[in-house]
Ligand binder design. Structure first.
Ligand SMILES: C[S@@+](CC[C@H](N)C(=O)[O-])C[C@H]1O[C@@H](n2cnc3c(N)ncnc32)[C@H](O)[C@@H]1O
Length: 233
């Protein structure tokens, strides 16, 4: 895919979203969290795991970056957060700012999340597992709910359709309930209707039912839906 100068994000960004953002992106209710086994993949530097654990969820975060040392990761979380916030501010026209109030509000939420992540990583390292899609080190149906934000679809410029398909099968395999994915646009805000149509057809043919569900959150213009993989019997 061709991009004009300044439009390429570079490597996978290690972003630090908060529980409030996860609740909004994935339409999570207290019932979705309390007492549930939840997988967050990729976890990045999100504070979802730390925060949802305090609400009674048993959360496992998976990301290849968890192979790095805790100190390096905590530092990277801050640097990467600066990169994420700078990208969003430089591309402000691509986004709707109402949920955050302003680019400053966005930066503050992300900074708080990165700090909370770093503290939890030190205190509860067992929650953070180094692994990479499309292969996860868990038995079938290990989780009641799986959440996956800002890897699949977001990086469709470098992750091809077969990677997406294998990753979705894997997320479905380890989940006994729903797997929810957000957003369904790439990181420039580009629509991916063809890719999503292809993936849904392939999954259906293999017995994995999917739905596209509206959410009450929209940061990239038009990113107001999530993909739901439904439990297989
Ligand atoms: C933009 S972050 C999203 C993190 C978090 N879900 C959030 O919304 O803040 C993308 C993450 O995907 C991770 N990643 C890259 N390749 C991956 C793979 N094959 N499997 C799992 N995670 C991967 C990166 O290390 C990075 O932390």
């Amino acid at each position: 895919m061709h991009h004009a100068d300044g439009e390429v994000l570079g490597e996978f960004l290690v972003s630090a979203r908060s529980l409030a953002e996860y609740r909004a992106m994935f339409q999570l209710s207290d019932d979705d969290l309390s007492g549930r086994r939840i997988l967050d993949c990729p976890g990045g530097a999100a504070s979802f795991t730390a925060e949802a654990s305090t609400l009674g969820a048993t959360v496992t975060a998976v990301d290849p970056i968890y192979a790095r040392s805790t100190t390096a990761l905590a530092e990277d979380a801050v640097t990467e957060n600066d990169r994420a916030v700078a990208w969003a501010a430089a591309n402000a026209h691509r986004y709707r700012w109402d949920w955050y109030g302003s680019p400053g509000g966005h930066a503050a939420i992300r900074r708080g999340a990165a700090r909370r992540f770093a503290a939890d990583l030190r205190a509860e390292p067992h929650r953070y597992i180094a692994a990479s899609l499309p292969e996860l080190p868990f038995p079938d149906k290990s989780f009641d709910l799986t959440l996956s934000s800002h890897l699949l679809f977001s990086y469709a410029d470098r992750l091809d359709a077969e990677f997406h398909l294998a990753a979705l099968h894997e997320l479905s395999r380890v989940t006994d309930g729903e797997a929810r994915l957000y957003p369904l646009l790439d990181y420039t805000g580009g629509a991916l209707d063809e890719l999503i149509g292809y993936l849904r057809t392939e999954l259906r043919d293999k017995g994995v039912h999917t739905a596209v569900r509206k959410v009450r959150y929209e940061f990239h213009h038009g990113a107001d839906t999530m993909l739901v993989l439904q439990p297989t019997s």
